[in-house]
Design a protein around this ligand. Sequence first.
Ligand SMILES: [Zn+2]
Length: 511
Amino acid sequence: MDAAPSAGPARKARVSYFYDPDVGQFYYGQGHPMKPHRVRMAHSLVLHYGLHGKLDGYYTPTRATAEDLAAFHSQDYVDFLRTVNPDNMSRYTRELRDFNMYEDCPVFDGLYQYCQIAAGGSLGAAVKLNYQTSDIAINWAGGLHHAKRAEASGFCYVNDIVLAILELLKYHQRVLYLDIDVHHGDGVEEAFLTTDRVMTVSFHKFGNNYFPGTGDLGNMGHGQGRGYSLNVPLRDGITDETYHSLFQPVMAKLMEVYRPEAIVLQCGTDSLAGDRLGVFNLSSKGHAACVEFMKSFGLPLMLLGGGGYKIINVARCWAAETGLAVGADMAEQLPPNEYYDYYGPVGYTLTVQPKAGLDNWNTPPYLDILRNRILQRLSELQGAPGVAFHERAPDGMDLDDIQDVNMAAPGASPQRIWDGELDPEDDPTAAAAEGGRRRADASFRDPRTTKPLSPSMLRPPSASQLAGGSGRGGGGGDPAAPAESAQDTEGTGEGARAGNRSPGWPFGDWI
Ligand SMILES: [Zn+2]
């Protein structure tokens, strides 16, 4: 797919990559569609394609602390995540209900460590971009876009994306969040609903009660953030060509108008053809064309994971996008790897192909109307907002840490991302096999995880930090939420739902 964005720098991007070899061992439960093992499979392809040799840095992330997580999440929710486990969960019936930790979001062994790994990688990626020691930073274990301040949702417990964006905002005036998962990026949109410093853009399936039920065109932010949430509601069966007939003009216009200083791209792969929960018909090349288009602007870019429930497709897509980031040519035939047999049904090939004969419900008139309305709205957006950095909050992590080395309204009837149908390909012996493969992975760790970085890259602390600012990753200040009411003027009835939202503003005055 041809991308024709504004010219980016021709030099090769410096790419850092965050991967914790423990991530593949976590297991949501038999039959559950979310399989952290997919990250390990993607990583195996990255290694066997030799992409690690083209990385500028390859890191085991420092796991996020409770304090790091509390930069966005409520303290009682973080405390509960730390406390609950399969053995004691029967004592916490009320909390499990309040925090939505059942069905889609079960309690499993090591849940808190899993959250720490996902968030730690994204925070580390933010710090690498903040210090300008990487042009692109990748964390496939992150991208958990549905998690709320005090609530698990859609297989997500901790919102590593919000945490990473908060970190980026310490050094960047404006951050663009772009979400190409098949589901609406509701948790991130909600967190930044009232600010113009983060523009959230989500391309997703909308309608027929598809999870999470939010994300219509009329949801566009509130108060200071009005106009800075952009939702692109799509129908079933969208193809590469039709997707990009929207994506590229919309994103080109948005980049021109908003002029972000950093981009966070959630690369959920459930938008690919053949996904177990998805309904789109994208090929992995169409998916990667989004990454390529955003990369071409030459801005600090964070690539995160997200949804994706056909694990061989997840692995192939994220491996290919890692290759795209480092500028590698990758053979279509997969290299031998620990999970080679898994790829038999797809002929051991890299590219995820679209499904033939699938109806595309995104008709040309629908796409034309959508494109025109969005472009019109973008043209009316106020110029790029700015902010003075006299009150920068302390860094959430420093480079020394790194070297050691994912909106239903309250009260609404709960929607599920998954119908509860068990995965026919899943069984306990497969689970045991996944766990048993963990050790094999360790031998593939790259020895360069302790690559030294120059202390001169560390910026001096600001005056407010020296005066004793609040802790890592947090910004002090008034946690009170602005009292904004929903004023949607477009769309098809999401206004009432949005009006019930409590965006929350836990971030303090510095944002
Ligand atoms: Zn999804």
